[in-house]
Design a protein around this ligand. Structure first.
Ligand SMILES: Cc1cc2nc3c(=O)[nH]c(=O)nc-3n(C[C@H](O)[C@H](O)[C@H](O)COP(=O)(O)OP(=O)(O)OC[C@H]3O[C@@H](n4cnc5c(N)ncnc54)[C@H](O)[C@@H]3O)c2cc1C
Length: 418
């Protein structure tokens, strides 16, 4: 009998495990994968992740990885420096097989955590309407094992077994918006200052009016270079994805010049399976964290930070329940509310739900102002990195206020100038 069983041992799962273990709770951490191993995911993360890594005691190991510090964001819709948070003013890009191994090792070292990899959870154990455990099997074995806990936490990504078994309701759903492919090039020179870079283009060859490329310098002298197209062109793109990936990069001279004749190392991988949803994240004996509870297109680089911050909220609420300061229902409601308050502004921006709630001309003016006013650009970059509350700029009210404020100030300047 554990306090918590966590299904999935990457960013969301390992972070939650360490936060609970630090508070003296016992955890069984299960993952079907063998580690170290990659997942299909690019891997930029911001200072919000670094803060959580500090909290769980792995920051030094993460900073010791040989990855350049990326101090600027250069995106098609905003450009600015990453603000200083706790003495750190940079994003990092570390391949997932390297990064995910760090919290996992910390879990393996912790006496309160029992880590079992290559163990797939296929069913939940119920008592009346309450989840009380999991059934899992080790790779290569047909034997079924049962483990029990006060709570089962699904940190098992967008196709979560835990979410499916409990029937967690999804809401604010938006179908996949893009398909993204990426590969690694060795020895690409850094830009100055080193940046998280993306550029917009099109790829008529596959019918894509909207396409984009991104260049993220990462660990081991590698640079992650991605290319993606609007989702309805995915089938056409993937028929010959390698040729289309290079054809896409060729449309962007600034990317091709930077790559020069550096070699592609390894395969090009990608996916168009990128649904956008929030799920009710807690119920009797269960909770969801990370992509299992909220998945969104990665183009705004929110996934790992969201997973880490949600893990912090979940651990705090479980601790409140287990220390007796809240009931289970109060803790579950608080987790749901706090998680949504934290995730929703950037979720809505990522999925164009925010843009749909603002008049088109207001959104257009907001976009123009971002290029005219470096302070606004800075605020937007800070919000994307969660250095400030994204609700201060990524809600319909905030956008309207910013545009109205700019109009009023122009009018006032006109009056005082007369
Ligand atoms: C193309 C792409 C690019 C991305 N780029 C970025 C980026 O640059 N920056 C960023 O922050 N985010 C990015 N993301 C999002 C990011 O990958 C996720 O948000 C993040 O990995 C979520 O972490 P997680 O721990 O919830 O899930 P995952 O990292 O997916 O881990 C889930 C774990 O659960 C395990 N699991 C699943 N089912 C079971 C089961 N039944 N039993 C046992 N174990 C199970 C899996 O083996 C896996 O190890 C990208 C995603 C994609 C697809």
């Amino acid at each position: 009998m554990y306090d918590a069983i966590i299904v999935g041992a990457r960013v969301a799962g390992a972070t939650t495990a360490l936060l609970l273990a630090q508070r003296g709770h016992s955890v069984l951490l299960l993952d079907k994968d063998r580690f170290p191993s990659p997942v299909i995911s690019t891997h930029v993360f911001f200072t919000d992740c670094l803060d959580v890594f500090e909290q769980i005691g792995i920051l030094d190991e993460v900073l010791d990885v040989n990855a350049p510090r990326l101090t600027r964001m250069r995106f098609p819709y905003v450009e600015g420096d990453f603000p200083d948070v706790n003495g750190r003013n940079f994003a990092l890009c570390i391949r997932r097989d390297v990064l995910d191994e760090i919290p996992l090792r910390a879990c393996q070292r912790h006496l309160n955590i029992d880590v079992r990899t290559e163990c797939r959870v296929h069913e939940l154990e119920w008592h009346d309407d309450r989840v009380v455990g999991v059934r899992f099997s080790e790779r290569g074995s047909s034997d079924d094992s049962l483990a029990n806990a006060r709570i089962v936490i699904g940190a098992d990504s967008r196709h979560s077994t835990v979410a499916r078994e409990v029937g967690a309701d999804a809401y604010d759903e938006v179908p996949s918006l893009f398909a993204w492919y990426y590969g690694y090039f060795r020895g690409v020179p850094l830009d100055d200052p080193p940046s998280v870079f993306a550029a917009r283009t099109s790829l008529p060859k596959v019918g894509a009016e909207y396409a984009a490329s991104f260049v993220f310098p990462c660990d081991d002298d590698l640079t992650l270079v991605g290319f993606g197209v609007q989702r309805d062109c995915f089938d056409e793109f993937r028929k010959d994805y390698r040729a289309n990936y290079f054809a896409g990069l060729e449309t962007l001279p600034q990317v091709m010049e930077r790559l020069g004749d550096t070699p592609l190392e390894g395969a090009i991988v990608g996916t168009g399976d990128l649904p956008n949803f929030l799920r009710v994240p807690a119920g009797p004996g269960w909770a969801l964290v990370g992509d299992a509870g909220c998945h969104k297109d990665p183009h705004t680089i929110q996934g790992m930070g969201d997973a880490a911050r949600s893990a912090v909220i979940l651990a705090e609420e479980l601790d409140a329940w287990w220390s007796g300061s809240k009931t289970e229902i109060e803790a579950a409601r608080a987790y749901h509310q706090r998680r949504d308050d934290d995730l929703k502004p950037m979720y809505d921006f990522t999925t164009n739900r925010l843009q749909a709630h603002v008049d088109e001309d207001v959104w257009e003016r907001f976009s123009e102002l971002t290029w005219e006013d470096p302070d606004l650009a800075q605020v937007r970059v800070s919000a994307i990195a969660h250095a400030i509350d994204p609700a201060s700029v990524y809600t319909p009210e905030a956008v309207q206020n910013i545009v109205a404020g700019a109009q009023a100030s122009t009018r006032n300047q006109g009056v005082s100038g007369r």
